[in-house]
Design a protein around this ligand. Structure first.
Ligand SMILES: [Zn+2]
Length: 340
C-alpha cells in the first residue's frame, strides 16, 4: 500500500496533488518569501524525484519545462512521487536576475542555514523539504548572461547511477563537471541523492528545443525509475559523453562572424570565427586547435580580446584543462562575506 508523504509539515495522501508555498524568509517589504512547489504523490509506491528550476532567477527555460511536466503528470497511476519546484529563486525571477537582491548566488549557498541570509534560508528549506528524502533530482539551468548552451546534462561521470540516468535523459551531450562547493548538486550528492544538472539555452527567454528536450528528458528519467508507464523518444540521438571542456577566447576586438554553430562537431584547423573591424577589415580568423564539440557560445555580436566566444568540449578522456569548464567568469565579481 502506498503512503502519504509530508512536505513542509503538510501531509499529502496517495493519489493526491497539492500546491504548497512554505515560507523561506521575509523580503525588504516584510512580505513572506516562499518556495512555491507542487507535490504529486502517486497512488502507488515508488521512487521520489524532485525537479527544480530558476535557482538562478534569469534562467527561465526550466520554468516552462516544469509547467509542461505539471500538465502531464497525474497522481493517479503514478508510482512514487514527484516534487516540482518551478521557481526556487522567486526574488531573482521578479527582477530578472541570476542572483538574489543582495547579489548572492543561491547555487553557492547550499546547504544553507535557518539563521543565514536569504540565500542560505531558501537553500536550507529546499534541502530539508525537497532534496532530502528524494532518490533522484533534476536541476534545470540555462547559460549565463549573453551566452547560450546546447542542451546538455552535467554530472560527475564517475557516479554510475547518475551516468545511467544522464544517458537516459537524451540530451545531445553529457558533460563531466566537477561538483561546485555550495551548489545544490554537491549538497544533494553528499546526501546520496544523484542530481542531473540540465543546462540548455540562454537566460531571459524561452528556447523551444531546450524546453522540449528538457520535458522529454525528465519524463524519460521518470520512466526509467518506473514512476510513469510511458515516456517519449529522446529528443536527440544517443548522447556524446564529454570529459573536458574550455572556453575559446577572442584574440582581437571587433565584429564577430561565426563560422560554426552550437552543437557542431569541429576539427583541428577548421575556422571557428572571424573578427572584423567596424570599417570592414578582417582582423583575425580563429581556428580550432583540435577536434571538439561546440556546447555553448556567446550571443554578443561584438568582442574584445580575451572575451569568451565558444565553449568547446573535447571528445574522450583527456587531462584536466587549465581553463574551467563552467561559467566561472560569472562568479568573479562576487566579493561577499561568508554566508553564515
Ligand atoms: Zn544556472
Amino acid at each position: 500500500m502506498s503512503e502519504s508523504i509530508t512536505v513542509a509539515g503538510v501531509s499529502v495522501e496517495p493519489g493526491v496533488r497539492r500546491d504548497l508555498a512554505p515560507t523561506a524568509s521575509e523580503s525588504f517589504t516584510g512580505d513572506r518569501t516562499t518556495l512555491p512547489l507542487t507535490v504529486i504523490n502517486g497512488s502507488e509506491d515508488g521512487a521520489r524525484v524532485f525537479v527544480t528550476a530558476a535557482v538562478h532567477g534569469d534562467e527561465l527555460n526550466g520554468i516552462a519545462i516544469c509547467r509542461q511536466l505539471l500538465e502531464l503528470l497525474d497522481p493517479d497511476g503514478l508510482r512514487g512521487s514527484v516534487v516540482v519546484v518551478p521557481i526556487v529563486n522567486v526574488l531573482g525571477v521578479q527582477i530578472g536576475s541570476r542572483y538574489l537582491p543582495d547579489r548572492r548566488d543561491l547555487n553557492r549557498a547550499f546547504p544553507g542555514s535557518h539563521t543565514g541570509s536569504m540565500a542560505a534560508r531558501i537553500a536550507r528549506l529546499l534541502l530539508e523539504e525537497v532534496i532530502e528524502g528524494s532518490d533522484v533530482g533534476v536541476d534545470l539551468h540555462t547559460a549565463a548572461n549573453h551566452r547560450t548552451n546546447v542542451p546538455q546534462i552535467r554530472i560527475d561521470t564517475t557516479d554510475a547511477r547518475a551516468l545511467g540516468l544522464a544517458t537516459t535523459f537524451g540530451a545531445p551531450f553529457v558533460l563531466d563537471a566537477r561538483l561546485r562547493p555550495g551548489s545544490l548538486r554537491e549538497t544533494a550528492s553528499e546526501r546520496g541523492v544523484p542530481v542531473l544538472t540540465y543546462e540548455a539555452g540562454g537566460p531571459l527567454r524561452f528556447d523551444d528545443d531546450a524546453i522540449d528536450t528538457g520535458v522529454r528528458g525528465v519524463l524519460r528519467v521518470l520512466r526509467s525509475l518506473d514512476v510513469i508507464d510511458e515516456a517519449p523518444a529522446p529528443a536527440h540521438e544517443a548522447p556524446m559523453i564529454l570529459h573536458e571542456s574550455r572556453w575559446l577566447r577572442a584574440a582581437r576586438g571587433g565584429i564577430l562572424e561565426m563560422e560554426v554553430g552550437s552543437g557542431d562537431h569541429v576539427f583541428g584547423g577548421q575556422p571557428l570565427w572571424t573578427t572584423v573591424s567596424p570599417l570592414g577589415a578582417e582582423r583575425s580568423v580563429e581556428t580550432a586547435e583540435e577536434e571538439g564539440y561546440v556546447i555553448g557560445a556567446t550571443t554578443l555580436p561584438l568582442v574584445q580580446p580575451g572575451q569568451a566566444v565558444l565553449h568547446v568540449a573535447l571528445p574522450g578522456d583527456r587531462l584536466p584543462s587549465e581553463d574551467d569548464p563552467t561559467d566561472e567568469e560569472d562568479e568573479e565579481d562576487l566579493d561577499l562575506p561568508p554566508d553564515r
